[in-house]
Design a protein around this ligand. Structure first.
Ligand SMILES: Cc1cc2nc3c(=O)[nH]c(=O)nc-3n(C[C@H](O)[C@H](O)[C@H](O)COP(=O)(O)O)c2cc1C
Length: 161
């Protein structure tokens, strides 16, 4: 699968098979994602493997589509607002890299913003200064949905003098 194909075929997966996912594979996708862009090499990504006890406390409405694995991605905070912001951009890049790496090997990911809520941050032990990027179900998709139509990029382009 080439990169453009991977970008276009990755979907947010809502329902997973019960099949477990190999931890070494997940680590290899995370490792690949560490090559994502990040300003001044802050490498601001933090990854938590969410265990069953914590996962149950989150009480997600579909339990992450039955994904065999749940990962939390957070971004290192900073006293400098610009650095904090740029760190979050870098971890969003990391998230996309991870999702594409997983998709290119037949796995799927479900991005949920549930973890950003204050109560969820507390359950997930996220330090106050850090930014929650998302919490992700990871596994093998029961079904890969059709892509939702996108607005043509031509409508998003402006020409500056
Ligand atoms: C910051 C962010 C937060 C998201 N939070 C949720 C969420 O809470 N629940 C959900 O179903 N999808 C969530 N998504 C996934 C989007 O709904 C999904 O990417 C979008 O519908 C496009 O579908 P696709 O990824 O399959 O192309 C989130 C995506 C991003 C980037």
């Amino acid at each position: 699968m080439n990169t453009i194909e991977a970008i276009k075929t990755r979907r947010n997966i809502k329902q997973f098979k019960a099949d477990p996912i190999d931890r070494d594979k997940v680590i290899s996708w995370l490792e690949a994602a560490t090559f994502s862009p990040n300003h001044r090499m802050t490498e601001p990504w933090k990854v938590a493997f969410v265990g069953p006890e914590t996962r149950a406390k989150l009480n997600h409405k579909t339990d992450f589509g039955g994904a065999p694995l749940v990962l939390l991605l957070t971004s290192k905070g900073s006293a400098m607002p610009i650095e904090k912001e740029e760190n979050a951009y870098a971890v969003a890049c990391f998230a996309q890299s991870f999702m594409l790496a997983a998709a290119s090997e037949g796995a799927g990911t479900f991005w949920s913003s549930l973890a950003a809520a204050p109560k969820m941050r507390e359950i997930l032990e996220v330090p106050d200064e850090d930014v929650v990027i998302g919490i992700f179900g990871v596994g093998y998709p029961q079904e890969v949905p059709e892509a939702k139509e996108r607005i043509s990029i031509a409508e998003k382009i402006v020409e500056l003098p």
